[in-house]
Design a protein around this ligand. Structure first.
Ligand code: SAH
Length: 407
């Protein structure tokens, strides 16, 4: 018997617009007793075929679409085609080719037609997150394909993201493939990458996400260029991304703040990996909310300030609390900026969209009594594409704001 998910009447609209999720509230009936991860057919209430999807009985998103084509089989060939297409797209944007960026996101889940899979490449290591029941079912297939089509020393699984719980999946960590079982370099869990002109060590076993915030590559490059001969404050610095780009561009001083001792330790090692920097670099372990208040009281001032906090709101329902958090740090940052100074401020909260973020930053400037202008905007870099039918994919937004010279 075909495993089918029948939608309630009128609930097919989003699928017809090629949005890849089926929420629990839209489901009328499920037939054929599918098991978690099985491929099911999604049909409208009058039985029309809409999509083939992975079944996630424990998640509020009950099914995630693999294909909108009735003819397409969901098998090894399907996954190979999707992965090869994603690789071509990355190569056409300068990733994974000689002279290009060797650390990049190869698979960005829904936006590459592969919901539940995130795959980052760090030179010859692939780090994979498997985040849905459907993806979990095809994990071994995907590992085999990756090992065949890319010159990899190893594939490491980092399926420890919180969303796994929503899918009823336990955390899974460890090697899925090692070309050479005795490869002590790979097994160290650390790898050196170069992003534009700057070197970083990535700890893919224990770092955040798959180890590095690849999505901020373009922003780091752009913000770095504003930092020549400037005093810079990098808040939520993690392993020193923006700090090192500021230094590479000749910043006078960079003060970097993060609450994580491990991140700061790696940040300092990263500074050593980039010899010849003449910038005075200071690393401070502190809560940014508190540190900014103290800097204001001490009368400190900076020419460039970067605010790249972690996610404050995953969903729209947490947006209010998150908005207060964003407004707080942005207001303090405006107070700390020298006249003519730049603030690069980011939000990776899914629950806060770009227009709300812009309002929050604008009202933070007003509260600080500062005249300022928006001079630029950022989104995640192009190896984290946003499918036009999947606006949720645009999670990272940033604004560049300049304080008036006479403010
Ligand atoms: N800009 C970084 C990524 C930032 S990730 C890059 O380019 O790589 C967010 C960082 O915020 C993490 O390193 C985390 O340790 C830190 N963090 C989270 N809450 C914090 C807080 N209240 N104060 C200071 N740092 C915090």
């Amino acid at each position: 018997m075909t495993k089918q998910l029948i939608l309630k009447a009128g609930r097919e609209k989003s699928l017809l617009r090629r949005h890849p999720w089926v929420f629990s509230g839209a489901v009328k009936q499920v037939t054929g007793n599918p098991e978690a991860g099985d491929t099911i057919e999604v049909c409208s209430s009058n039985g029309d075929f809409l999509a083939k999807a992975g079944w996630s009985p424990r998640s509020q998103i009950r099914a995630k679409v693999w294909s909108f084509s009735e003819e397409e089989q969901i098998d090894g060939l399907f996954f190979r085609k999707r992965i090869v297409a994603a690789l071509e797209m990355r190569r056409s944007c300068g990733f994974g080719i000689p002279g290009g960026q060797q650390a990049y996101r190869l698979i960005h889940a829904e936006s590459d037609g592969l919901p539940g899979f995130v795959i980052d490449i760090y030179d010859n290591i692939a780090v994979m997150q498997v985040l849905s029941a459907g993806a979990w079912r095809w994990k071994d297939t995907v590992v085999k394909i990756l090992a065949e089509i890319l010159p990899l020393a190893g594939i490491y699984e980092r399926s420890d993201a919180a969303v796994r719980k929503l899918e009823g999946l336990k955390a899974e960590l460890g090697w899925l493939y090692l070309k050479n079982e005795d490869d002590s370099d790979a097994k160290s869990g650390k790898i050196q990458i170069q992003e534009n002109e700057v070197c970083f060590e990535v700890d893919f076993e224990t770092g955040h996400k798959t180890g590095f915030y690849l999505d901020q590559r373009e922003s780091r490059l752009r913000v770095g260029k504003l930092c020549n001969d400037k005093t810079v404050l990098n808040c939520f610095c993690y392993t020193g991304g923006f700090s090192l780009f500021a230094a590479r561009n000749g910043a006078k001083e960079v003060l970097s703040v993060d609450s994580s001792a491990e991140a700061l330790e790696l940040a300092q090692r990263n500074a050593v990996l980039n010899p010849g920097l003449s910038t005075k670099m200071t690393w401070m372990q502190a809560d940014v909310f508190k540190a900014l208040r103290e800097f204001v009281l001490e009368g400190k001032r900076f020419d460039v300030i970067i605010l790249d906090p972690p996610k404050f709101a995953a969903t729209a329902s947490q947006a209010n609390r998150a908005a207060r958090g964003y407004k707080d740090i942005n207001r303090l940052a405006f107070e700390l900026l020298n006249p003519g100074g730049h603030l690069a401020t980011f939000s990776c909260s899914g629950g806060i969209d770009a227009s709300l973020f812009q309002k929050i930053v604008a009202s933070a400037a007003l509260d600080a009594g500062v005249d300022a202008s928006f001079t630029g905007s950022f989104i995640q870099d192009s190896d984290h594409p946003v499918r036009v039918s999947f606006p949720e994919g645009m999670y990272l937004k940033g604004l560049l704001v300049q304080k008036d010279f006479n403010s």
